[in-house]
Design a binder for this molecule. Structure first.
Ligand SMILES: [Cu+2]
Length: 98
């Protein structure tokens, strides 16, 4: 099993997989007070480059971002969320029910 994972990593570095640099980051987001807050955060993150998908949940107080790790990183995404008045803390991604 280890060898298979290693081979996949090597191949992905050569761009064999189209999603080679696709990564997912999850954040706990504090200070959201209503559903509009989640839209504000979504808009702020979406306008960064290298972002392919943003999901923000006011109820669950979290955000999930799919991004291109060659163009942007977790710290920059966190800064964008903090920049519109919230407090994002990177956390492990949970399997979410859609
Ligand atoms: Cu709000």
């Amino acid at each position: 099993m280890r060898k298979i994972i290693f081979a996949a990593l090597v191949l992905s570095n050569f761009g064999v997989f189209s999603s080679a640099w696709a990564e997912k980051a999850c954040f706990e987001v504090q200070e959201m007070t209503c559903a509009t807050c989640s839209l504000t955060i979504k808009a702020a993150v979406k306008k960064l480059k290298g972002i392919s998908e943003v999901k923000v949940s006011f109820e669950e107080k979290n955000a999930m971002v799919d991004f291109d790790s060659q163009k942007i990183n977790v710290t920059e995404i966190k800064k964008a969320i903090d920049g519109v008045g919230y407090k994002a803390t990177p956390q492990e991604c949970k399997k979410s029910k859609e």
